[in-house]
Write a protein that binds this ligand. Structure first.
Ligand SMILES: O=C(O)CCC(=O)C(=O)O
Ligand SMILES: [Fe+2]
Length: 334
């Protein structure tokens, strides 16, 4: 089961109910590694108006999206990490979207010689009036929610609650807006084992391959149409349906490693749908300079400390789509 947890108490000071919430979050993090949280408080962000506002991005005509494309899709563009990516036909992962960095909120978080901190190419204000301000508000709300969850996890691990906060200051989180085009469910792709899966006795087309997120904490909203499934420890796949007022929370591989395996990075996948589907993941990430070393946890496996930005860049440039870019960013570890 994917638990539903009200996290309102995390935005207030210590209380019995906050301790119970901490326990529920830790139990979910260790068990399914997936949960749906409600009670986002003043920070908000989990309402349909807010999602519709962000998703106005996809009303832009193609000629307004191409200038925002990553260099891979528009060779004259300067941005390699942030920006728009079009649907790539014939792939199991069938979606278009935009990756937005924290410079949306604070231009000071850019750094000219670091592609991980390049400027996010954003739609012109005249094309989508008010959109940038709404997206910035949403980014800030997700950073606040990510921080509240990490403080809860610190307490749950028996560590000081401020343990993680310094790492995430000046973080390089990513807000991703995704659109999955409608798919014809009767197509020949259904017979291709790369592109489809068995789900409750039925062959279903995939819109997103099974994967675990690479980073720390993912905060995700689906806009009405379902499709997300999580794999529980017994190997079974469970639907994670859209929940009004709720945010799906799951964890990535680096947090799993950082916490000595106490927190699970859970595989998940997306089933295709005849309806167009929108989803809004937010990947809560530390600063590029953050040095991640084993936490003082009993029995946790030791690992070689690493600098987050260096690790991210070297992991990314191993993917075919980023090959040739390795030298754009020298490692910053001392
Ligand atoms: O489309 C979704 O709901 C999830 C997308 C996802 O898992 C990801 O971008 O890592
Ligand atoms: Fe994911």
């Amino acid at each position: 089961m994917i638990p539903l947890i009200d996290i309102a108490s995390l935005f207030a000071s210590d209380s019995q109910i906050r301790r119970e919430t901490d326990r529920a979050i830790m139990a979910a993090a260790q068990d399914s590694g997936f949960m749906v949280v409600t009670g986002l408080g003043a920070e908000g962000g989990a309402d349909p108006d807010c999602r519709s506002e962000l998703l106005r991005f996809f009303t832009l005509p193609q000629q307004a999206k191409t200038p925002l494309s990553r260099r891979k899709f528009a060779p004259d563009n300067p941005n390699v990490y942030r920006g728009y990516f079009p649907v790539q036909e014939g792939q199991a992962t069938c979606k278009e979207g935009i990756d937005i960095g924290p410079d949306l909120l604070d231009p000071q978080r850019r750094k000219a010689d670091d592609p991980l901190r390049e400027a996010t190419p954003l739609p012109e204000e005249r094309d989508l009036p008010g959109w940038r301000a709404s997206a910035a508000d949403y980014f800030a709300a997700m950073e606040a929610t990510g921080a509240a969850l990490m403080a809860s996890i610190a307490r749950g691990l028996g560590l000081p609650e401020s343990t993680f906060a310094p790492y995430f200051e000046q973080g390089i989180s990513t807000l991703r807006l995704l659109r999955y085009p409608p798919r014809l469910l009767g197509s020949a792709e259904l017979r291709d084992p790369e592109l489809s899966v068995e789900d409750r006795g039925e062959r279903r087309l995939l819109a997103g391959k099974a994967h675990v997120d690479s980073g720390f904490v993912t905060l995700l909203q689906q806009h009405g149409v379902s499709g997300l499934q999580a794999q529980l420890p017994d190997g079974s796949w469970h639907d994670v349906p859209p929940q009004e007022g709720g945010l799906v929370v799951n964890f990535g591989k680096l947090l799993e490693r950082w916490t000595g395996g106490r927190i699970r990075a859970t595989p998940h996948r997306i089933l295709a749908n005849e309806a167009e589907r929108f989803s809004i993941p937010f990947f809560y990430e530390p600063a590029a300079e953050a040095r991640i070393a084993p936490l003082p946890l009993a029995q946790a496996e030791r690992f070689e400390p690493f600098v987050y930005g260096d690790h991210l860049w070297s992991a990314m440039t191993r993917f075919i789509e980023f090959q040739g870019l390795e030298n754009l960013r020298p490692a910053q570890a001392a």
